[in-house]
Design a protein around this ligand. Sequence first.
Ligand SMILES: [Zn+2]
Length: 175
Amino acid sequence: MTPYQSDDFDDESWLAQEGLEPLGDEHFMRQALQLARTASEQDEVPVGAIVVLGNKIIAGAYNQREQLADPTAHAEMIAITQAASHLNSWRLLDCTLYVTLEPCPMCAGAILQSRIPRVVFGAVDPKAGAVVSLYQILSDSRLNHRCETLGNVLAPECGRVLTEFFDRKRKLGKK
Ligand SMILES: [Zn+2]
């Protein structure tokens, strides 16, 4: 969504007057962060993802690899499946995927398969990231689809959820 820009129109005050919050990338990343926190509470590596279509959240999920005993149960994979089922289409046209951690190669592949045009992520993943870190799958011109990406949105918060989770795990392991 392109925010309305005009000199004589202050959309922030208009939104406040209407009792609405500005729905920017940070707003939606906060929703994904909430899901990451839920994952952490359930002893899952805390990554959350949501799919937004026209300011509406149509899917939201968190990593459930342990609970589902499924190596493909990453937050993005579940959210993409939910969104496709919501739209009754495998093409997630006009959607934006928000995810708290840079997608891995599997999820980047699923993002291309679903034709999502825009991906916004939080923290970068130097060990497994396939958007900017290890690979640049979403912008590889040899593939038949590319998508717009924006990283580092609320990155400190998104990263902190993960480091706190692993710190806690390490401490428990030492007991
Ligand atoms: Zn993944």
